[in-house]
Write a protein that binds this ligand. Structure first.
Ligand code: ZN
Length: 73
């Protein structure tokens, strides 16, 4: 029986449930009793624990090296 990871949006707990694939999309209840949970994708080959897919690009343009004005000591 496959296992599915869920995360509670109320308390932030993550838990795992074993359920038939037919019930994979059924709502799960947090062990603490919170019904507001989301199913997590399992077997994701991603290193790191970042929640965002891509890092936001740094704003470019304007400014300049801060060392020119002596702010860096
Ligand atoms: Zn909870």
């Amino acid at each position: 029986m496959p296992r599915y990871d869920f995360r509670c949006r109320s308390c932030g707990a993550t838990f795992e449930l074993s359920r038939p694939m037919a019930q994979a999309n059924d709502p799960a209840v947090c062990p603490e009793g919170h019904p507001d949970t989301v199913k997590l994708l399992s077997t994701v080959a991603v290193t790191g624990g970042g929640a965002s897919g891509a890092a936001a690009p740094a704003p470019s343009g304007g400014g300049g090296g801060c060392c020119g004005g002596g702010c860096c000591g």
